[in-house]
Design a protein around this ligand. Structure first.
Ligand SMILES: *Cc1c(COP(=O)(O)O)cnc(C)c1O
Length: 452
């Protein structure tokens, strides 16, 4: 016999929070939703086996999302390739899934380049972006046939040095920044189109005679909620390519329009839930193909690369964390100490996560703080959600956390937890929990400082 009577909860008096008038609005992010499992594997089983905190990725969601995105583009433009943005999440197993799904690699540093090569990706299937590429890194990438996207004039000089050393012409692309209507405009990377800087860069490349421009790249930002910006962007890029053809006889073989598609995540300070405010991938595909068809000459279908990161992985990632303690702050607010904080969820700075619990919660909700384990005031994962009283040991499941967290996490005072991948009820470790040997591996203690 089960006892269905609800447990007694002590009455509490709290200050009235005036709904929409309060600073944070009503949060749809904690709706007393219970999540007992991820893809059929129970939260209890996961934490019993792998501990808490724990990052969990759903292979099914990853594959479904990339397949849906590929379909959205393939049905509209005949020559599209996805290039997985490594910095969004570069755990080998995650990269491997995207590569199995037909994506090439997009890297922004030598470390990421090496990681892709080690995984077995050939140079030709790597797009090498980023503002900091050393001459040795460029040389290696050129020898291995990578697609190099130039960020600034100094890099043109560096690549010419490499071309001279290797005695060969190097095919290159340049990164553009341009006004697509998105504010603030990202102008830090690449050459500005409207000011004429991009044309100067192409002239400079031509004059040197050692590099051959064959591609144009532009990444307008991240979490772009306006599909039309991509239409403006592609039209401008194609128009520029034809100008280069007319003026300088240059033939652009590919366009790379970067990433930036949003996930169903919620930016702080926005009020609409993501299901309402985040346009579906089809809207982006539609605007981009409109932009291409408006500007391209009939019958001309140059290669289109997409470097989508966040939009493909974010929803596939969950963090399970446990209530370790709770306390009442002097200002009356309730604070929960969790075993995970901003050390693991760097994106908490900008995004509000969906909060679910592993069990039904009883009792009156009150605005509470979710704090992490760090000895730092800024270690706040959530602020202002109406949370019921939570006992020690309650598991919280935060999502979506698949993008940028397992690359931007930091080791500060704690070990990083395990990362697991669920594939058809099977759970596999894709990154082990750290231990002291990870911390000590690179340290060297001079003999004279050794204690006894
Ligand atoms: C970060 C980055 C991406 C991926 O951006 P998302 O917003 O995650 O889609 C793509 N291209 C370049 C050059 C980047 O730096």
């Amino acid at each position: 016999m089960t006892n269905n009577k609800k447990p007694y909860v002590k009455p509490t008096i709290i200050k009235l929070q005036s709904g929409l008038m309060n600073k944070f609005g009503v949060s749809p992010y904690y709706a007393r939703k219970v999540r007992s499992n991820i893809d059929g594997v129970s939260i209890e089983e996961l934490t019993k086996q792998f501990g808490s905190p724990l990052f969990v990725f759903s292979e099914k969601t990853i594959r479904n999302t990339i397949r849906e995105a590929k379909e959205a583009f393939a049905t509209r433009y005949p020559n599209v390739t996805f290039s997985w943005s490594y910095k969004t999440n570069y755990i080998d197993a995650i990269n491997a899934i995207y590569h199995q799904e037909g994506s090439i690699a997009e890297v922004v540093s030598e470390m990421e380049y090496d990681k892709a090569r080690k995984l077995g990706i050939s140079g030709e299937n790597i797009i090498f972006n980023g503002p900091h590429k050393s001459i040795p890194a460029l040389k290696k990438a050129v020898q291995e046939g990578a697609k190099i996207h130039i960020d600034h004039f100094d890099e043109i000089d560096d690549l010419e040095t490499v071309a001279a050393e290797l005695n060969k012409e190097i095919p290159v692309a340049i990164r553009l920044n341009l006004d697509s209507g998105i504010q603030p405009q990202w102008s830090r990377f690449g050459f500005n189109l409207e000011s004429g800087q991009a044309l100067d860069a192409v002239r400079r490349i031509n004059m040197g005679g050692k590099l051959r421009l064959n591609g144009l790249h532009c990444h307008i930002g991240t979490f772009i909620l306006e599909p039309n910006a991509y239409k403006t962007q592609t039209e401008k890029m194609v128009k520029f390519a034809y100008e280069l053809e007319d003026m300088l006889g240059i033939s652009i073989e590919y366009f790379d329009i970067g990433g930036g598609f949003p996930s169903k995540s919620k930016l702080k300070g926005t009020y609409l839930p993501p299901d309402v405010s985040v346009p579906p991938i089809d809207n982006y595909a539609e605007k981009i193909s409109q932009g291409l068809f408006n500007a391209l000459k009939p019958g001309h279908f140059p290669k289109l690369y997409l470097e989508t990161g966040r939009g493909l992985i974010d929803e596939a990632g969950y963090l399970i964390t446990t209530v370790f303690a709770s306390k009442r702050l002097p200002d009356g607010r309730k604070s929960y100490v969790l075993d995970a904080g901003v050390n693991l969820l760097f994106t908490a700075t900008w995004y509000k996560f969906t909060i679910e619990t592993d069990r039904e919660m009883q009792g009156l909700g009150e605005p509470a703080l979710l704090n992490g384990p760090l000895c730092m005031n800024i270690d706040i994962l959530d602020e202002g959600s109406m949370l019921p009283p939570m006992k020690r040991g309650t598991r919280l499941i935060l999502s979506p956390v698949g993008a940028y967290n397992v690359t931007q996490w930091m080791q500060f005072i704690e070990y990083r937890p395990a990362v697991v991948l669920i594939n058809e009820n099977q759970v596999e470790i894709i990154r082990e929990k750290e231990d002291l040997s990870d911390i000590l591996r690179r340290e060297r203690l001079p003999k004279r400082l050794r204690l006894a």
